[in-house]
Design a protein around this ligand. Structure first.
Ligand code: MTE
Ligand code: MO
Length: 416
C-alpha cells in the first residue's frame, strides 16, 4: 500500500476554533487560529466585510445577506428566486456554499499540491507550489457547479417521498468563469503512468465527522478519462482569486459533473493503477432505493437537467396585467434546445423565448409573457429539452438520498 503523505497542515492558517478540527492542527507549525466567520476574515476576493443584515454561519467566511441566501446547516443556498438580476454568471458573493465542515483560510504562499501513488512513474510524491501552477499555461472556461442534491426537497414537497440530506430547494447551483490550469498538464508533468486508472483528489478542510464516524478529509475518486477531458485546477473565479469559501487557493472544477467532484482547497491527488474508493463513492453519491440496483448504482458522474422560474414560491401576481415571467434552464447532458411554460398546471404548453445562446456547461435565461385574468392559486411549470433529446419528466425517479432531481417543478403562485 502506498503511504499517503501527511497533508500540508501547516498551510492551514485557521479553522474553526476548538473541536477536533483545531486539535488536528496542533503542533508548533500551526498558526494562531482565527475563526472563519463573517466578521473576522477578509475574503480573498477582496470583497468588503459584511454590512448587510444576514446570518453568520460559523465556518463560512463571506457575508450571507438574507435577500441572497438561505442558510442550511453548514451550507448556504443561493436564493434562486433572486437570480432574475444576477446575469449569466453568478457573482462570487452570491454563489452557494456547500461545506462538509468549515472553510479553511489558507495562505497561497505556503500551499502546495502533492501528487502521489503507484500511478506515477517516479513513485515518489511530486509537489507544485502555487507559483509553479500559476506559471503553467492557463485556460479559462465557464462551468456550472451544482450540488448532486440540488432540488432534493422537491422529492418530498412535490412527490411525497422521503429523502436524507440537506433540504435544498433550487439554489445549490451557480455559474462562473473559472481560470486555472488543465489537470492533464499537471498529470503529465507529474509523470502519470500509462496504466493509471483512477485519481483521488482530496481537500485540506477538516476531516468530516458524522454520526460519530470520522470519514477523513473530503475526497472522491475521479476517473482518469474525465481528468484528461476537461477538468481544471482553478485559481480564479469570475476574474478574482478564488474566494475562501469556494476553495482558495486552488480547487478542481469538473464541468458537467455533480458538485462533489469539484474538490475545494485541493491538497493532494492520489494517482493509482487500481480503482479507488472513499465514502463519497461508496456510501454517498450513488442512487439507492427500489428503482436502483441492489447495493446502489455506480457512483454518480454527470448532473442532470432542470429549469425554474425567478420567482418565490407563493409569489402574488396581479390579475389583468401582463407579467414577464423569467427563469433559467440548464442541462449537464447537452446544450439546452428549448424551454416551454405552462400557466394552467400543465394542460397547455407554449415556448418560452431563450435570451442566451445555449452552450455546453452553461445555462440559458428565458422569458414568457403572461396575462392572468382569473384570481386564485395557479401552478406555473417550465420544462426544458436539450439537444440530445432529454426532457424533464413529470416525476423524478426516487433515490433515498435525493440526488439528481430532474422533474418539472410545480411552482405555486397566487393571482390577486
Ligand atoms: N474540500 C471540499 N471540497 C468540496 C466540498 C467540501 O465540503 N470540501 N463540498 C463539495 C460539494 S458537495 C459541492 S456541491 C461543491 C460546492 O462548491 P461551492 O461551495 O464552491 O459552491 O464543492 C464540493 N467540494
Ligand atoms: Mo454537493
Amino acid at each position: 500500500m502506498p503511504h499517503p503523505p501527511v497533508p500540508a497542515r501547516r498551510t492551514l492558517l485557521t479553522l474553526l476554533a476548538a473541536g477536533p478540527a483545531a486539535s488536528a492542527l496542533g503542533g508548533p507549525a500551526a498558526a494562531p487560529a482565527r475563526a472563519a466567520s463573517g466578521t473576522t476574515a477578509t475574503p480573498a476576493s477582496g470583497t468588503t466585510a459584511p454590512t448587510a443584515p444576514g446570518v453568520t454561519v460559523p465556518g463560512i467566511v463571506k457575508a450571507l445577506p438574507a435577500e441572497h441566501f438561505t442558510v442550511r446547516g453548514t451550507n448556504a443556498e443561493a436564493r434562486f428566486d433572486a437570480f432574475g438580476d444576477a446575469g449569466l454568471l453568478t457573482p462570487n458573493d452570491r454563489f452557494f456554499v456547500r461545506n462538509h465542515t468549515t472553510t479553511p483560510v489558507l495562505d497561497a504562499a505556503d500551499w502546495r499540491l502533492t501528487l502521489w501513488g503507484d500511478g506515477l512513474h517516479g513513485r515518489g510524491p511530486v509537489h507544485f507550489s502555487y507559483g509553479q501552477l500559476r506559471d503553467l499555461p492557463s485556460v479559462t472556461r465557464t462551468a456550472l457547479i451544482e450540488c448532486a442534491g440540488n432540488g432534493r426537497s422537491l422529492y418530498t414537497s412535490q412527490q411525497g417521498e422521503p429523502v436524507t440530506g440537506t433540504s435544498w430547494t433550487l439554489g445549490a447551483v451557480g455559474a462562473a468563469r473559472w481560470r486555472g490550469v488543465r489537470l492533464s498538464d499537471v498529470l503529465h508533468r507529474a509523470g502519470i503512468a500509462r496504466d493509471a486508472v483512477a485519481l483521488q483528489p482530496r481537500g485540506l478542510d477538516a476531516p468530516y465527522v458524522s454520526g460519530g464516524v470520522d470519514h477523513g478529509r473530503v475526497r472522491r475518486p475521479l476517473p482518469v478519462a474525465k481528468a484528461f477531458d476537461d477538468v481544471i485546477l482553478a485559481y480564479e473565479m469570475n476574474g478574482e482569486p478564488l474566494p475562501y469559501d469556494h476553495g482558495y487557493p486552488v480547487r478542481l472544477v469538473v464541468p458537467s459533473w455533480v458538485g462533489i467532484a469539484s474538490i475545494k482547497w485541493l491538497g493532494d491527488i492520489e494517482v493509482s493503477t487500481r480503482p479507488l474508493t472513499s465514502p463519497w463513492s461508496t456510501d454517498w453519491y450513488r442512487l439507492f432505493g427500489p428503482a436502483h440496483p441492489e447495493g446502489g448504482s455506480e457512483p454518480i458522474g454527470r448532473q442532470t437537467l432542470k429549469s425554474a422560474f425567478h420567482l418565490p414560491f407563493g409569489a402574488a401576481l396581479e390579475a389583468g396585467r401582463t407579467h414577464r415571467l423569467t427563469g433559467r434552464a440548464w442541462s449537464a447532458l447537452a446544450p439546452v434546445r428549448s424551454v416551454e411554460v405552462s400557466t394552467d398546471g400543465g394542460a397547455r404548453w407554449r415556448p418560452a423565448r431563450l435570451l442566451d445562446t445555449p452552450r455546453r456547461n452553461g445555462w440559458v435565461r428565458w422569458s414568457a409573457p403572461w396575462r392572468p385574468h382569473r384570481t386564485g392559486p395557479v401552478t406555473l411549470l417550465s420544462r426544458t429539452t436539450d439537444t440530445a433529446g432529454n426532457t424533464q419528466p413529470e416525476r423524478a425517479v426516487h433515490n433515498t438520498q435525493g440526488y439528481l432531481f430532474n422533474a418539472v417543478v410545480r411552482h405555486p403562485v397566487t393571482v390577486a
